[in-house]
Design a protein around this ligand. Sequence first.
Ligand code: ADP
Ligand code: MG
Length: 400
Amino acid sequence: MSTDPTTKSLHAFRSLYGREPEILVRAPGRVNLIGDHVDYAGGMVMPIAIELQTVIALARQDGRSTTGSRFHSVDLERTETIDLGTPVPALPRDSKGSFVNYVIGPIEQIRSKGHVIPAMDMTIASSIPMGGGLSSSAALEVGVILAMRTLLGAPSNPLEIALEAQQAEHDHAGTPCGIMDMYVSAAARSGHASLIDCRTNELRHVKMPDEEDAIVLITDTTVRHTLNDGAYSRRREACEKALESMGGSYLSEATVDAIEVSALSDEVARRARHVVEETERVRRFARALERKDLEEAGALMFESHESLASLYEVSCPELDLLVNVAEGWRGKGVHGSRMTGGGFGGCTVTLCRPDAVDGITHAFEKAFEEAFARKPVFHVSRAAAGASILEPEGSASPKV
Ligand code: ADP
Ligand code: MG
């Protein structure tokens, strides 16, 4: 069977529902090059959309007086039937069908804007690993919103889509995330990273290095985080506490000097210092990319990892080992490397020369196998475009 999510989603739609979808959309996952655990503190982040993506096929249940909308995940091999006649609350998170929270949440956002929600059929297929830190959840939410808004003839801009998807994740998935994942999935430009100021939601497209100089290697530890297990919320609370105690509008705008003389506990002060310094690193990273200074950009990635590991304490032995091996390849093909995303597992992101990828992946694999008796999973990705509408053949169309 094809591994292409467009083909999988379309085939599933035809075979389950016996007709063609009205709407087919794609939404990419993302990897953050630098700037983690700062979005919710008003910092700067710089992700790219990746080539791994989620494809959603959707049609109204025309002519049927059904109360059951059907949602099928090809990846989970599950179909859930939900009555959308009245607003649907979040399902218990650990229930088997709870993936539909990531579909109902976006639909409820659209309902809350005054739209009437029709009964519908949907299939979902993705090449983004779930829970791997590459934002399969944001891709799904953004994809559902774009698909629904297109179906209802209520087009929107990428920022509005991202805000709706973020609110959906808060309300229906129970994760108080920032806007980064959804925004880059909705708004990215091919060949560019997205520099996002999370205070103003201003997004600037920054050109990625030429492919012969640097490519993005994602290494998945396959350690699966559960962001909503409390650690994420506790980090967020520490930032809120720091802001409350120090004053100001955003923690990212504090200074290291002010943190040092503050009455913050040692732990909260370390969290705050990460936010302030990481935000400054993102600015410097963007400037380094713009002047094609890959050595500086890479050095900032290593610094970022160190800060996430020791000040913010969201790394894990698998991530640390991979970044350690990458350090050994500095000047031999690796520009920079760091953990990326929420942490406690997931992936590292490595900026490296394409001619060194084979050697680097081999070194990662060898060290990882020796330490953990299993292999990491690799993805090499270009910076992809944000969510778009597809024709059933799979070609992008500028309908919205
Ligand atoms: P991440 O966003 O890092 O991949 P999350 O834990 O935030 O991890 O989101 C993963 C959850 O999103 C899955 O457990 C599932 O409920 C939902 N999800 C994402 N992609 C799909 C998919 N293709 N089919 C069904 N559910 C999905
Ligand atoms: Mg997620």
